[in-house]
Design a protein. Structure first.
Lengths: 1066, 376
C-alpha cells in the first residue's frame, strides 16, 4: 500500500506525484500488487492503470485505517508521499492499526520518523554523533518560550513548529513582541503543540545533501545542493544550485561523512533522505538543521538535476533490493550504486504568487511561500542562472537587462538598498540594478550575506550587459553567459526576431548536452538534453524510427496558482497516448517537480525554458511533425502565434481559432451568429469609458484585464467608488491592455463543461455544476458530476451549445466551456479551446482519459478511431473541492472571489451527492462536524433563504450562535440562538468563543466585491488557525445540511476501479 | 576573436582556450577527472606527473587554495584544462587557484569546451598531448606534431621524477582533524611505541601519510629506488607501497624490492603500489582505455559484501585473468568489473587500486588503514 501526499499545498507540491508514479511503476514491474491512497485527482499516480486499486479518499487516519482493514496489505510504504504520508503512517502505527492487520512499515520505521521529527530526540541523536546543532529549546507554551528566549540571550530568534508542512507557522522574531505573535501561531500550527526556539543562523551558508541508502548500509550522495539565499530563507523559497559551488573537498567530504552517519543514527533503513546543513562563512563551523527520512521536494530536484531517479530507486530498495543490484537507467551498463558526476550547473528558482494575496507580507523567511519552481541547466553558473530566471515566466528575460528591469531605473538608491536587504521574490533583479549603478559585490554581500562567488558572477553579468555590441564575438560571449535573444534585442534596440535572424546568419546557435549522470565518463543511452552555448560539441540528433512521427509536447513551466499540476497531467497524458500510438514524443519543460520531466515519460526530454527562443531552437533541431501546446496552460499557449508564424506545425485547434475565442469582438459576433446569450459587456481603456459602460449595463459588473489566466486581478464591482479604485490598481498588471467589463449574473449557477472534438464530431467529457454561485473563480469552486440542479432542458441546451461552439471554433482537441445559468437561461461565460484544470477530475470521474483521446485526435485520428463514441453517464456522484494556502499568508482574507487562490484540489466519490460533498469537505481538511456550535453570520441578501437551513441545523442538535443582525432575524422567525458581540463591540465575541472551543463550524456569507470588514477577516483568520470549517455560500450549506440529515452508516471506502467498473456494466 | 592557445592531441584534434596559469607550454598525457571538488588535491597529487588533466566540473577555483590541502611538496602534473577559472570565496582560502598554478609554473587553459574534450578522450582513450599556453606563438599543426613526438609514459619509471630523495619521518598520532583549521579537533598525542612502517614514496600523497599515522603507525618514508637491504636496515615492522605516476611495469627496482620483502613484512599497497605488489606476485598490468579519475566509483568488497564510493586515479590496472593462484581478488569495480583490490593467500599483504585516503573524494574506505594496523 502506497500513501500519496493529498492535495497540492505550499510546501507539498506535485513532486510527490512524481515520486508516487515512479514508485508505482517500479513496484508493479516487480510484480507487486498495489493499493494506492491519494485524495488528489490531478495526479498521474491516481490514474487507474498505475495501481491495482486506487483509493481517491480523504487522507485521514479513519479512512486509511478502513482501507487497511479492507485491503490487508503486506506492507505500507509511506516515504514517497511527503509529510502527510509520514504523519499518517506514524499515527497508524501508534494506534495499533498496522499491528492489528499485520502490516509492515517499509522504507522507514516509526522510531526513525520520530527520531528525525522530534526535536529533542533528534538533538540527542546528533549529540551522540558529535554533530553540532543550533542552540535551541523545544517549548510547548508561551511561558517556556520566553524562558528559552532569555537563555539564548540575543535576537533574532528562529521559531519552528514541529510536525507541520513546509515550515507552516514558523518565523524569525527580532524582538519580544514579534516573538510572542509567532510563538502563538506556531503552537497552533503544530500537531503536538511544539515550537522550537532556536539561535539565529541568519546569513550562514545553507546546503542540502540527498542521500540514498539500502538495507545493507550501502549509501551514496545523489546530489549536493547549495542555497544561494543564505540561512533565514526557507530552502523552498531560496534560489539553489547543484552541485555545491563554494565548499572545498575537505569541507564537502566532512559534510558527506556526517550525512551518512546521520542516516545511520536516525535509523533510516532504506530509501532517500535529505540532510540540511548550515555553515558559518567566517569560521566554517557547521551545524545540522534537519533531516527528512523520506523523499522530499529536494529529492525531486536532485533527481532531475542528476538523472538519478531517487523515488524509483527508493521504492525498489524498500522492497529489499540493494543498490548494487539496480542499474543506472541512464547508462544502462553501470550500477545505481554510485554518485552522479555533473559537468553542468543546475539552478532552481522559486515561483511566487504574491500578486494573488496583496495583503500578505511578501518578505521571505523561514515559512515557505512559493507555490512552484523552475529549474535550468547550463554549462556555467551564469548561463544556468539566467536560464532559470527566464523559466519563471514572470516577465523576466534573464538576470535583468530587460524591459522589466528598466522600471527599476526610477528607484532611489535608498529603495534599492531596502529591497535588497529585505528578502523578497524580486530581490535578484534589484541586485542587478544595484550592480548597474556601480555597487560592488562586497556591498551587496554586506546587505544580503549572499556568497561573494555568486555575487561576483552577477556583477559580471550586469557589467557585461552594458558592453554588448552587435558583433559576432560580443554576441557569442553574451550567449555563453546565458543572455536571451530578448535581452540582447532589448539592449541593442532591435526586435527579438531581428536579433534571432542576425544570430543565425552568424552561425551562433546553441548545442545540446546530455544529463548523463557521469560527466561523460560513460555513454548515456537516455536522451535527456539541455541547451548551452558553452562549447561546440553537439549531441547528434537521433533519427526517428522508420514510419514513426515526431511529436512534441510543450509543458507548463513552474507551478503557480491557476496553472498547476492539472496541466502537467494533460501533457503527460498526451505523451503517453502518442507513444502508445507509435509516435516518438519529445517533451519540453522546466519544472523539476513534475512527472512530465521524468526521463521515461517521453522518448526525449528537453529541460529548457518555455520561451519562444528556446522552443524554436529545439524545433529547428528536431523538426517535429507536430507540436501540442494546448495542454500546458497559458505559458506554452502564449507562444502559439509566434511559433506558428515561424512555421512550426501546431497540432489541433489552430492558434488563430484559440485567439478568436479570446478575442471579445470576434467571439461576441460568433455568439450572436449561433444564438448563445452572453452577459452584456464592454471594453474600457479609461475610467470614463468604464463609467459609460456601467451606465448601459448596470451594476454589479465583473471587471478584469484582457488575456489572463487564473482570473488574475478580476473582481466583482458593485458601485462607482470601487470601479475607480480598481482602475487605479489594474494599471499595474494590465500593461496598457484594456479592461474588460461584463454584467455580473447574480445568483446564477455556474457550470463547467469539458469536451473533446476531432474537428467534426464532439463528445462531452462531463458537465460539472459548481457549488458556489457565479462570481467565484471556477478553480476555487467545488463542483460535482453529474450536475445536481439543472433541468433536462438546460442540460440539453448546454450539450447543443457545446457542439455548436466546437464546430464554429473548429476545435480539434480539448475544449472547456463555462456557462452561467440564471432563471433557466444559459449564458456563455468563457470558451477555452485547450486543456483545462478540470480534465483530470473529469477523467477520474468517468474513467475516460480525456486528454489522451484529445491528443490522439490532434495527431489526426477521429473520435471513432480512438474509441470515444459518446458521453458517459456515471451511477455515482463525484465532487471536486479546492484547497487554499491562506494559512501560509497570515493577514490575508480567505474570501473567495473571481481571482483564483487555491493551490490544489481533492476529489470524493460516493453514491449520493450529499455524502460525496461531505467527503470532499473532509478531504479538503474542512470536515463538517456532526454536532456542536455553529456561528452564523449572513449578508442581508442571504438571510431569508438561510432561515430554513439554520432551522434544520437547530433540529439536528447544533447550538446556534449569531451576531446581533443575523440573530435578530433568526429570533424573529422563532429560532433559538445565542447572540454574540461583534468583535469591536464587546465580549464575548466570536474570537472568544473560538478560543473557548464552543464553535465547531462557521457559516459566513460575505458580501462579494465589497472589502470585508476587519472583524470578518479576523474571525476567518482565527478559524483557519484553529482548523474550524467555514462555509461561505448558502448552496454549500444546503448540501451540507442535507448530508447531515442522512448520516452514513460507518465509513465506506471503494477504489476508483470498482466505481469505474459500474460505468461499464450499467 | 580567434584564440591562440590550445591543447593539441596526437590524433590531430585541437581544443582552444584562454591561458589561466603559468605562461608556458607542456607535453603530457591528456586524461579527465570527473570529481566536483578537490582541484587543489588533484594538481598536487604526484600521480598526475606527466599528465594534462581535464576537469569536467565546469566552475573551478571557487573556494581557492590553502597550504593545508597540498598533497605533496609541489605540483607534478603537466598542465590543466578547465571550463571556467574563478576567484576564491571561502574562509579557508589563502591564495587563488590561478596563483597556485603560476607559483609552481604550471600552464593551464580555461574556456575550453571541456565536455567535448572529455567525450573525445572517452572515445579515443587517453592521448599524448601538447598544451600551448606560452607567449611564443605555436601553430596548431606544430602543436599536433609535438604531441605526436611526445614519447608518452608507457614503460618509463616516472616515480623517480616525483619521489622526495630526502625521505621523511612521521609520528603516529591519535587523530588527524578532518578540517584542520577547526581548533577543537587538533588535540592529539604521539604514540612512540607504534609499529614502524617503511613507506615507499613512489609519489606518495600526504593524506596517505596522515591516514597511516592516524591509524597508529610511525612512518619512515623512503624514496623510490630504495632496495630491500636498505629497507630492512631500518628495522621496519611493515612495508607500505604508495600511489604514484605512470606505468607500473616501468618501476622495475620497486617490483624487485617488493618481491624480496614479500612474506618478510606485512605489506599494504595503494594504486601504483597495488599494481607493483600484483606484478611482484606474478600478475600482469595493462592500460585502461581512458583510466579512472574521479570521486564516484563504486567498489564492491567481496570479503564483506560492502560497497564503497571511492576516489580513483589510475590509467593502468591489474589484469584480472593474470592473477596467480596465491592472489585473491578482494575488490571489484562495479562500473566495469576491473580489479580494485587483492590479498595474498600466504604472505600478509594486500592492496587496493582506489584511494582509501580520498583527498579528494569520499572517505567510505578509510577503514582499510585500520585493517592494515590490525595485522601488527
Amino acid at each position: 500500500m502506497l500513501v500519496g501526499a493529498g492535495p497540492i499545498l505550499i510546501g507539498q507540491g506535485c513532486e510527490f506525484d512524481y515520486s508516487g508514479v515512479q514508485a508505482c511503476k517500479a513496484l508493479r514491474a516487480e510484480g507487486y500488487e498495489i493499493a494506492l491512497v491519494n485524495s488528489n485527482p490531478a495526479t498521474i499516480m491516481t490514474d487507474p492503470e498505475f495501481a491495482d486499486r486506487t483509493y481517491i479518499e480523504p487522507m485521514t487516519f479513519d479512512t486509511l485505517a478502513e482501507i487497511i482493514r479492507r485491503e490487508c496489505p503486506d506492507a505500507l510504504l509511506p516515504t514517497l508521499g511527503g509529510q502527510t504520508a509520514l504523519n499518517l503512517a506514524l499515527r497508524l502505527e501508534d494506534e495499533g492499526v498496522l499491528r492489528r492487520f499485520h502490516v509492515e512499515l517499509i522504507g522507514v520505521k516509526a522510531e526513525a520518523i520520530r527520531r528525525a521529527e522530534d526535536r529533542d530526540q533528534f538533538k540527542t541523536a546528533m549529540k551522540g554523533l558529535g554533530i553540532e546543532v543550533p542552540l535551541s529549546f523545544s517549548v510547548h507554551s508561551e511561558e517556556s518560550g520566553l524562558a528559552a528566549a532569555e537563555k539564548i540571550g540575543r535576537w533574532p530568534l528562529i521559531l519552528r513548529p514541529g510536525f507541520t508542512l513546509g515550515g507552516s507557522g514558523g518565523g524569525i522574531a527580532h524582538n519580544e513582541e514579534e516573538f510572542k505573535t509567532i510563538l502563538r501561531r506556531g503552537l497552533d500550527a503544530s500537531l503536538n503543540r511544539e515550537v522550537l526556539v532556536e539561535e539565529s543562523l541568519l546569513g550562514w551558508k545553507e546546503f542540502e545533501l540527498e542521500v540514498i541508502r539500502d538495507r545493507q548500509n550501502r549509501s551514496a550522495i545523489v546530489c549536493s545542493i547549495e542555497n544561494i539565499d543564505p540561512m533565514g530563507i526557507h530552502t523552498g523559497d531560496s534560489v539553489t544550485v547543484a552541485p555545491a559551488q563554494t565548499l572545498s573537498d575537505r569541507e564537502y567530504q566532512a559534510m558527506r561523512d556526517d550525512s551518512l552517519r546521520v542516516m545511520d543514527a536516525i535509523g533510516v533503513e532504506t530509501g532517500g533522505s535529505n540532510v540540511q546543513w548550515a555553515v558559518d562563512p567566517e569560521t566554517g563551523r557547521r551545524v545540522i538543521i534537519e533531516m527528512n527520512p523520506r523523499v522530499s521536494r529536494s529529492s525531486a530536484l536532485a533527481s532531475k538535476a542528476t538523472g538519478f531517479p531517487i523515488a524509483k530507486i527508493a521504492a525498489l530498495l524498500a522492497v529489499g533490493y540493494t543498490l548494487d543490484e539496480l542499474r543506472n537507467d541512464i547508462t544502462e551498463t553501470t550500477p545505481a550504486c554510485f554518485e552522479p558526476a555533473l559537468d553542468y550547473i543546475v539552478t532552481k528558482v522559486p515561483r511566487f504568487t504574491f500578486e494573488k494575496f496583496p495583503a500578505a507580507d511578501s518578505t521571505l523567511g523561514t515559512q515557505m511561500k512559493s507555490v512552484g519552481e523552475a529549474m535550468a541547466i547550463g554549462r556555467t553558473f551564469k548561463e544556468s542562472f539566467q536560464k532559470a530566471l527566464r523559466s519563471l515566466d514572470t516577465g523576466h528575460d534573464g538576470f535583468g537587462a530587460d524591459a522589466w528591469n528598466d522600471r527599476l531605473a526610477s528607484w532611489s538608491d535608498e529603495k534599492i538598498e531596502q529591497e535588497i536587504r529585505r528578502p523578497n521574490a524580486e530581490r535578484y533583479f534589484v541586485i542587478h540594478e544595484a550592480f548597474r549603478r556601480g555597487k560592488t559585490p562586497e556591498e551587496i554581500h554586506n546587505w544580503t550575506q549572499i556568497d561573494l562567488y555568486f555575487l561576483r558572477k552577477m556583477a559580471e553579468l550586469a557589467g557585461s550587459a552594458s558592453a554588448i555590441t552587435l558583433s559576432p564575438d560580443s554576441i557569442r560571449d553574451a550567449k555563453e553567459d546565458g543572455f536571451s535573444d530578448r535581452q540582447l534585442a532589448h539592449l541593442l534596440h532591435m526586435t527579438e526576431g531581428q536579433l534571432r535572424a542576425w544570430r543565425r546568419e552568424q552561425g551562433i546557435t546553441p548545442v545540446y548536452g546530455t544529463v548523463d549522470t557521469c560527466a561523460g565518463e560513460f555513454a548515456a543511452l537516455t536522451p535527456y538534453y539541455y541547451s548551452t552555448y558553452n562549447g561546440e560539441y553537439d549531441e547528434p540528433v537521433s533519427r526517428c524510427a522508420e514510419g514513426k512521427r515526431k511529436m512534441m509536447v510543450l509543458g507548463g513551466g513552474p507551478n503557480r496558482i491557476g496553472q498547476g499540476i492539472e496541466f502537467d497531467y494533460c501533457c503527460v497524458h498526451a505523451a503517453f497516448a502518442l507513444r502508445q500510438a507509435g509516435d516518438e514524443v519529445i517533451m519540453v519543460n522546466c519544472n523539476p517537480e513534475t512527472v512530465s520531466t521524468d526521463y521515461d515519460t517521453s522518448d526525449k526530454l528537453y529541460f529548457e525554458p518555455l520561451t519562444f527562443e528556446n522552443v524554436l531552437d529545439i524545433c529547428e533541431r528536431e523538426k517535429p511533425d507536430g507540436v501540442i501546446l494546448q495542454f500546458g496552460g497559458q505559458t506554452p499557449l502564449n507562444l502559439a502565434d509566434a511559433l506558428a508564424e515561424a512555421g512550426v506545425p501546431i497540432l489541433g485547434t489552430s492558434p488563430r481559432d484559440i485567439d478568436a475565442a479570446e478575442d471579445r469582438d470576434l467571439f461576441r459576433a460568433l455568439m450572436q451568429k449561433i444564438g448563445i446569450a452572453q452577459p452584456e459587456s464592454g471594453i474600457a481603456h479609461t475610467i470614463e469609458e468604464a463609467m459609460a459602460i456601467t451606465q448601459r449595463i448596470g451594476f454589479p459588473v465583473l471587471v478584469r484585464p484582457s488575456f489572463v489566466l487564473g482570473g488574475r486581478a478580476m473582481v466583482i464591482v458593485y458601485n462607482e467608488k470601487y470601479l475607480r479604485k480598481y482602475f487605479e490598481e489594474a494599471e499595474k498588471v494590465s500593461e496598457g491592455r484594456p479592461i474588460l467589463i461584463d454584467r455580473f449574473l447574480e445568483h446564477a449557477v455556474e457550470v463547467d463543461v469539458d469536451a473533446v472534438s476531432d474537428g467534426s464530431e464532439t463528445v462531452i467529457g462531463a458537465i460539472m455544476e459548481h457549488v458556489e454561485l457565479a462570481g467565484i473563480h471556477s478553480g476555487d469552486s467545488a463542483c460535482s458530476i453529474p450536475p445536481r440542479s439543472l433541468s433536462p432542458k438546460v442540460i440539453e441546451t448546454i450539450r447543443r451549445y457545446t457542439r455548436e461552439l466546437a464546430r464554429s471554433l473548429r476545435v480539434c482537441g480539448l475544449m472547456n466551456i463555462q456557462f452561467a445559468i440564471q432563471n433557466d437561461t444559459v449564458y456563455m461565460i468563457e470558451v477555452n479551446p485547450r486543456a483545462s484544470r478540470t480534465v483530470p477530475f473529469v477523467s477520474k470521474s468517468t474513467g475516460i482519459p480525456l486528454a489522451k483521446k484529445a491528443a490522439l485526435c490532434m495527431a489526426g485520428r477521429s473520435l471513432r478511431e480512438v474509441g470515444l463514441s459518446g458521453e458517459v453517464r456515471i451511477p455515482y456522484v463525484t465532487f471536486k473541492e479546492a484547497v487554499f494556502p491562506f494559512a501560509k499568508f497570515p493577514g490575508t482574507d480567505i474570501v473567495l472571489s473571481p481571482e483564483m487562490k487555491s493551490t490544489g484540489e481533492v476529489m470524493s466519490i460516493e453514491f449520493s451527492d450529499t455524502h460525496a460533498y461531505l467527503k470532499s469537505q473532509e478531504a479538503a481538511g474542512n470536515m463538517i462536524p456532526q454536532k456542536g456550535g455553529v456561528f452564523v453570520s449572513l449578508r442581508d441578501a442571504d438571510k431569508k433563504d438561510a432561515l430554513p437551513l439554520v432551522r434544520e441545523l437547530e433540529q439536528l442538535g447544533f447550538q446556534i450562535y449569531a451576531t446581533q443582525g443575523t440573530g435578530a432575524e433568526l429570533y424573529n422567525s422563532g429560532l433559538q440562538c445565542q447572540a454574540v458581540f461583534k468583535i469591536h463591540d464587546g465580549r464575548p465575541n466570536i474570537l472568544d468563543l473560538l478560543e473557548e472551543e464552543k464553535i465547531q463550524w462557521i457559516v459566513n456569507t460575505p458580501n462579494p466585491g465589497a472589502v470585508s470588514k476587519v472583524d470578518e477577516i479576523r474571525m476567518r483568520a482565527a478559524a483557519l488557525m484553529k482548523g474550524i470549517p467555514i462555509t461561505t455560500t448558502l448552496s454549500a450549506l444546503e448540501i451540507a445540511v442535507r448530508g447531515l440529515k442522512t448520516p452514513e452508516e460507518g465509513k465506506i471506502v471503494r477504489s476508483l476501479q470498482e466505481y469505474h467498473q459500474r460505468v461499464r456494466t450499467e | 576573436m580567434k584564440r591562440k592557445h590550445f591543447l593539441a592531441l596526437a590524433d590531430g584534434s585541437v581544443f582552444y582556450g584562454v591561458p589561466c596559469g603559468a605562461p608556458c607550454d607542456a607535453l603530457g598525457e591528456a586524461v579527465f577527472n570527473t570529481g566536483h571538488t578537490g582541484y587543489q588535491e588533484i594538481v598536487s597529487d604526484p600521480s598526475y606527473a606527466g599528465q594534462t588533466v581535464v576537469l569536467s566540473a565546469p566552475e573551478i577555483g571557487n573556494y581557492g587554495c590553502t597550504p593545508l590541502d597540498m598533497e605533496s611538496r609541489s605540483l607534478f602534473l603537466s598542465g590543466l584544462i578547465v571550463r571556467r577559472m574563478n576567484e576564491p570565496s571561502n574562509w579557508r582560502s589563502r591564495e587563488s587557484f590561478r596563483e597556485l598554478l603560476c607559483r609552481f609554473g604550471k600552464p593551464a587553459l580555461s574556456d575550453v569546451d571541456t565536455r567535448a574534450l572529455v567525450l573525445h578522450l572517452r572515445r579515443t582513450g587517453s592521448q599524448r598531448s601538447f598544451l600551448h599556453a606560452g607567449d611564443e606563438p605555436v601553430t596548431p599543426e606544430e602543436g599536433v606534431a609535438r604531441a605526436r613526438q611526445f614519447a608518452g609514459l608507457d614503460g618509463i619509471d616516472m616515480t623517480s621524477r616525483v619521489t622526495d630523495p630526502n625521505g621523511s619521518y612521521w609520528e603516529a598520532r591519535s587523530s588527524f582533524p578532518r578540517e584542520p583549521e577547526r581548533k577543537e579537533e587538533t588535540a592529539m598525542f604521539f604514540d612512540k611505541e607504534a609499529p614502524l612502517l617503511a613507506a615507499f614514496d613512489f609519489g606518495i600523497k600526504r593524506s596517505i601519510l596522515r591516514s597511516l599515522s592516524a591509524a597508529g603507525f610511525r612512518i619512515r618514508v623512503v624514496p623510490s629506488g630504495t632496495n630491500a637491504g636498505e629497507i630492512l636496515a631500518l628495522k621496519p615492522d611493515g612495508l607500505f607501497l604508495s600511489n604514484g605516476p605512470g606505468d607500473p611495469a616501468g618501476v622495475r627496482g620497486g617490483i624487485e624490492t617488493v618481491r624480496s620483502l614479500l612474506g618478510k613484512l606485512p605489506i599494504m599497497g595503494i594504486c601504483l603500489g597495488h599494481q607493483i605488489l600484483a606484478t611482484a606476485c606474478g600478475a600482469q598490468t595493462g592500460r585502461l582505455k581512458f583510466g579512472h579519475h574521479g570521486c564516484n566509483h563504486p567498489v564492491k568488497n567481496l570479503l564483506d559484501d560492502t560497497v564503497a564510493i571511492t576516489s580513483q586515479n589510475h590509467n593502468f590496472a591489474v589484469v584480472k585473468d593474470s592473477l596467480p593462484p596465491e592472489l585473491e581478488l578482494t575488490h571489484v569495480n562495479l562500473n566495469d568489473g576491473t580489479v580494485e583490490g587483492i590479498r595474498h593467500q600466504k604472505a600478509r599483504a594486500f592492496s587496493v587500486q582506489f584511494h582509501p585516503e580520498a583527498a579528494p573524494g569520499p572517505h567510505d574506505a578509510a577503514n582499510l588503514f585500520r585493517r592494515f594496523r590490525e595485522m601488527f
